[in-house]
Design a protein around this ligand. Sequence first.
Ligand code: FES
Length: 106
Amino acid sequence: MSDDSGWVKAANRGDLAEGDVLGVILAGREIALYDLDGTLYATDDICTHAYAKLSDGWLDKGEIECPLHAGRFDVKTGKATAPPCIDDLKSYPIRLVGDDIQVKLE
Ligand code: FES
C-alpha cells in the first residue's frame, strides 16, 4: 500500500482564502476545510448538535462557530468548545501537494 492511500483531492489551494472555511463533499462526506494563518485543517462539516453546515458559520480565533445555535469547535482538533455542542467533530489529516489540497479520509 502506497503512502498516497486514502488521500483525495478536496480543492485547489486558491479556492480557500487565508482565514476562511470551505465546505466540500468527498466520497459522499461533507468536509470543512480551514485556513488558519496559512495552515490547513479539515473536520466534518456537519455540526454534532443538530443539522447545520459549519462551513456556513464563522471562523474566529481558531474556532468555528455553528450558524444555527452558536456552538463552537476547535478546528485543529475537532474538540467541542462551547455549548450546546458536547460531542467532538471528526478531524482529518490534510496536506498540500502542488496546488491541490488533499484530505485523507481513511
Ligand atoms: Fe450546531 Fe446546534 S446545530 S450548535
